[in-house]
Write a protein that binds this ligand. Structure first.
Ligand code: RBF
Length: 159
């Protein structure tokens, strides 16, 4: 069953932790920036909506999604950072590199998370087209940036 008609950003908000003192780093890939900017706006708005202070949200850009792992590592190793959100968009079909980039980022972010014992959230869209990307960046399927931020908040309740 496909998710063609679903807003994928519908999630439960029961029992969320207090994040008023938490510090988040959002690392944003500049490739497909018209998409990743919307992901950032969604992630930032969700963190604020659920209690994060604007001054406790750090933003950093990296050139492309492949660089998200290193960008995430830079912040995960900082003692004051509680969670890292990595945002990118790798459109399939535009490049045969997509599988390599996606796998490398997924693996890299997992490694950073386990190494620094902090939530590192995979907010990388892997759509087949620009249209599918827009659908997931504030369009009919919601905003994956929102979801990534909510995932970070939920994971903090474990730490
Ligand atoms: N980065 C992305 O974030 N999204 C892409 O769709 C994307 N496509 C790429 C296609 C090719 C052929 C190459 C060489 C790079 C691409 N990148 C993309 C950039 C990649 O993540 C990284 O910034 C560069 O490979 C430099 O390490």
């Amino acid at each position: 069953m496909s998710s063609a008609d679903k807003n994928l950003s519908v999630f439960s908000t029961d029992g969320l932790p207090d994040i008023s003192q938490a510090t988040f780093a959002i690392v944003v890939a500049e490739w497909n920036h018209e998409i990743t900017e919307k992901l950032f706006e969604g992630a930032h708005a969700t963190l604020i909506r659920y209690g994060a202070k604007p001054e406790n949200i750090i933003r950093a850009n990296v050139p492309g999604s492949y660089e998200l792992s290193f960008g995430a590592q830079v912040f995960a190793r900082k003692i004051e950072v509680d969670a890292v959100i990595a945002l990118g968009c790798v459109i399939q079909g535009e490049t045969k590199h997509n599988d390599y980039i996606n796998h490398a980022v997924a693996h890299g972010l997992t490694q950073v998370s386990l190494t620094y014992h902090k939530p590192v959230i995979f907010g990388v869209l892997t759509p087949n087209s620009q249209e599918q990307a827009l659908d997931r960046a504030g369009g009919k399927h919601g905003n994956k940036g929102d979801e990534a931020a909510m995932t970070a908040i939920k994971m903090l309740s474990l730490v």
